[in-house]
Design a protein around this ligand. Sequence first.
Ligand SMILES: Nc1ncnc2c1ncn2[C@@H]1O[C@H](COP(=O)(O)OP(=O)(O)OP(=O)(O)O)[C@@H](O)[C@H]1O
Length: 501
Amino acid sequence: MTPALDLVDIRKTFDGFVALDDAHFSAYAGEVHALLGENGAGKSSLMNVACGLYTPDAGQMLIDGAEVSLAGPSEASARGIGMVHQHFKLVKPFTVAENILLANPRRSFAKGIREISDEIRRRSDALGFNIDPTRRVGELSVAEQQRTEILKVLVGGARILILDEPTAVLTDQEAETLLTTVRGIAAQGAAIILVTHKLADVKKFADRVTVMRGGKTVATIDPSTKTTDELTELTVGASLPLPARTPGHFGRRRIEVINLRCTRADGHIALEDASFYVRAGEIYGIAGVSGNGQSELAEALMGVRTPESGLIQIEDAGEAVSAASPARMRALGAAFIPADRYSYALAGSLSITENFAVGGVGTGRYGSWAHLRQSAMKKDAEEAIGAFDVQGVRTLSQKAALLSGGNAQKLVIAREFSRSPNVIVAHSPSRGLDARATAAVHSRLMSAREAGAAVILISEDLDEALALSDRIGVMTHGRLVAEFDAPADRQQVGRAMVGHV
Ligand SMILES: Nc1ncnc2c1ncn2[C@@H]1O[C@H](COP(=O)(O)OP(=O)(O)OP(=O)(O)O)[C@@H](O)[C@H]1O
């Protein structure tokens, strides 16, 4: 059989840095082929070659056995290659239908917005996506935006579908549904490439897996022949368990959220009467199917969304801070790890040093705004990058946007933890991280808890929430419907997440 997509000896360098070193990869129609590798291994770069975003320095690309040289992403799309990127490429003020129109001009202009909206509804229903084509993308949760991206490439007629970490933001149930759907799409003749860090998904849903390390392909195997530990070892070395739970020593209530209410721009109530507190030395997990108010809660806590009513109180602040700016929240000792790091945590066009030091500028640590002490900024950034193992940093003046997804997240985490915060709001903090980096983030959260910080962990990964949290609140439809003390029963929490309390 001829592969639908065949990448042979692909080499790609960036300013002399070798990101892909004779990498190879092939995918057949009808298969789900997973691509594994640690953060910075070259997975996204290889797939960016496949979808016409990067031109390789050397190597061959074949579609259905015929060599092609893609002029750009639109040629890739015309040849049936569709990629859903880790960081979405949607226009937030536009509706779902407008975004899909924009991405598929040749198909959709002939059809018009009404027909495209009908097609989106039909496909969305068939896939169980529940996406309304008339909603603005900026009002959608991260998971809903991802479903929109998948619909976008399917409407575009993709038959070689590249999904870059599609389950990173989904709950078990959502991930299971999505991957089952994806298997169905493969069974109908598409080649599915699944870039992921989730080994359980690879074992359950992939027919083959290719592992990359340092820009090279190290193996292509049948995942059912390996255990999860063996796959981890092949990817990042020895497997790393979650940190052992130490008994909690809880202090006073450090942050309290009282009757918070937020309404989305479309009039939907996103948060209703949300109330909870977190004590010093405690991790409070918020579990829930994404799109149930978690993003709005995180935004309100970060100070980027003004609640309609309710309070957020931080101990010792002497004031309720429900409408405080992010700067004020930070001045009160809060640190933020948002789910959407490129919208809220990093300025991609600024350098690594600038992104790292920005939080400290207001404190006077780096001199005044007019006379910034660049050397001190660089020194701190360099130390943090070493301590947090941010890889792929060629120079500190390199733009943050050029880091791989996982390493960009590590940069955010390095900056936020370096301030010894007393309140931490972490939303899907291990999203896109490989096993080693995930373990490092988990142990950082545990150490912050031991140092007396109050941690709010909003996570769509139930295992992560269960392993780390001292108490877990479950959100559905914008309300906290149940609360469990550790050790919480997985089944019970799962039932509460789908509305059976
Ligand atoms: N446009 C670019 N310019 C400069 N360097 C780049 C560019 N794209 C990727 N790189 C570098 O190439 C290396 C491989 O990155 P890539 O994004 O392919 O890794 P990845 O395996 O997808 O990682 P992750 O799991 O973190 O997403 C990284 O060191 C990254 O910084």
